[in-house]
Design a protein around this ligand. Structure first.
Ligand code: ZN
Length: 468
């Protein structure tokens, strides 16, 4: 379908809903949750039957390739493990019980597809075994298939099977993003429920066709930029500017707070359920009843609120950084990193910074501004070891933060130097000629960048990775 491949963007607006609407929406979300669980249960059942079947076992022994994939999908079709079949199952479920009175056909189909996709990801090992949605947690969103039926956007409000839900427009709309989005064609509409503080709030997301408006306050630069993304630092070097900064520095505070709250939750759980623990403080095996006190639930709500704020913080930081990079230039040279290995090597707190998400955003914005992100192999270029001047290679431990070479290059901060070299990579290899040419001008830029970090960070904690 072309709808899926054409570009789209989302405009999110809070909904102005009162008691009766909230009640209606909650009932519909509960219906969607139960439908999701029913379809997920059926999908997992069909999947385990499929995996046990002799045919599947036989296909597994085939050599990987197109024939094998085709055999797998044929087998899945026979076992009823397809989006189409499970949508059919979901529709029958819905029509056979109370859910049918509260959920329209399109929302039910989309919810079924969601459950199927979760099971499919599990099959392809790209995520763990999907869990059923509990009543307390619920579903966070329900969406339609098109703007023609089910959940629909009508000029200035949402219509959904007898409900009219007006959104709260942004009266200032400083950058004109809202006005622009409202002029675009709406592909489909999503209703989202979020827990903000201790309250549930409702939002509408309009999935619009096209590309979002580029805010005028975000300038677009020209030329090539070198980028070096480290576990906790980002170095960017452009034609006339260079910068070295921390990558999402505020995340640590969030993590600290979350850890403290989780320890408190653990203590509370142990206090109120002493019979579930062995004398050595380990949990007794088997299924047990847990008493969750009011204090415990309060702590849990605090944790989930912090997690939400943490994600929002990360999103803004990523956005700001992407725009800073794009303002220096739109052709971005960087090393190809495996973000999974990143997390494995540097731990969870680095994974929490979501470098993969950042790169995705950067790629999208760069393309939107008419440029692109060029990734080259770390192994072939070995930028962290090379010296552009004498072309010697030297293995440096990660703890050495400054590049200094016998030929007279340096001392220069390691990340900035890598970013500078990345800028001079052509067709997957470092062009030492071009790097030598630009070095004179760049050296002072890099030094300025380091001075700037020293100034702005004075008084604050500077990470050891900067190397001061
Ligand atoms: Zn050298």
């Amino acid at each position: 379908m072309s709808e899926k491949t054409t570009p789209s963007f989302v405009l999110e607006l809070p909904l102005a809903v009162g008691g009766p609407e909230i009640h209606q929406l909650s009932v519909r979300f509960e219906a969607a949750r139960q439908l999701y669980n029913a379809v997920l249960g059926e999908a997992l059942r069909r999947l385990s039957l499929l995996k046990e079947s002799r045919e599947w076992q036989k296909i597994r022994t085939l050599p990987p390739g197109r024939d094998r994939s085709r055999a797998f999908s044929d087998c899945a079709r026979k076992g009823g493990f397809t989006d189409y079949d499970l949508q059919g199952y979901g529709t029958r479920c819905k029509n056979g019980c109370w859910i049918g009175e509260h959920l329209d056909a399109h929302a039910a189909q989309r919810t079924s597809t969601r459950a199927f996709r979760a099971a499919e990801r599990y099959l392809f090992c790209s995520s763990g075994k999907p869990r059923f949605k509990t009543k307390g947690q619920g579903l966070s969103s329900v969406e339609g298939k098109s703007n023609a039926a089910g959940i629909r956007w009508r000029t200035d409000h949402v219509e959904w099977s007898g409900l009219a839900l007006p959104p709260l427009f942004d009266p200032r709309d400083k950058d004109g993003v809202q006005t622009f989005a409202l002029q675009c064609r709406v592909k489909y509409v999503r209703i989202v429920r979020k827990t903000v503080g201790s309250r549930k709030r409702w939002f509408v997301q309009l999935v619009c066709s096209g590309v979002p408006k580029w805010k005028e306050k975000n300038p677009v630069g020209e030329g090539t930029v070198g980028l070096d993304l480290g576990p906790s630092t980002v170095a960017v070097v452009g034609d006339r500017d260079a910068s070295l900064e921390q990558f999402c520095p505020g995340l640590r505070d969030f993590e600290k707070k979350v850890r403290r709250l989780k320890r408190a939750m653990d203590r509370s759980k142990r206090r109120s359920n002493p019979e579930n623990f062995n004398p050595d403080q380990t949990v007794k095996p088997g299924r047990r009843e847990w008493v969750l006190t009011r204090g415990y639930l309060r702590l849990r709500a605090k944790v989930s609120d912090l997690e939400r704020r943490k994600a929002a913080y990360r999103k803004t930081e990523h956005g700001k950084l992407v725009h800073r990079v794009v303002s220096m230039g739109t052709t971005i040279n960087t090393e190809k990193l495996s973000y999974k290995a990143f997390q494995k090597n540097f731990g969870k707190s680095v994974g929490n910074r979501a470098p993969g998400l950042f790169m995705n955003l950067l790629r999208r914005k760069a393309e939107r501004a008419g440029g692109r992100v060029l990734e080259f192999s770390t192994r072939e270029t070995r930028l962290s070891q090379v010296c552009h001047h004498c072309e010697c290679f030297e293995k440096k431990p990660l703890s050495r933060r400054w590049h200094r070479c016998e030929c007279g290059v340096g001392p220069v901060q390691r990340d900035l130097y890598s970013a500078y070299l990345a800028r001079h990579v052509r067709d997957g290899a470092l062009s030492t000629e071009s790097a030598r040419e630009g070095w004179c001008a760049a050296e002072s830029l890099l030094r300025e960048a380091v001075e700037r970090v020293k100034e702005t960070a004075s008084g604050k904690v500077r990470p050891a990775s900067f190397g001061f």
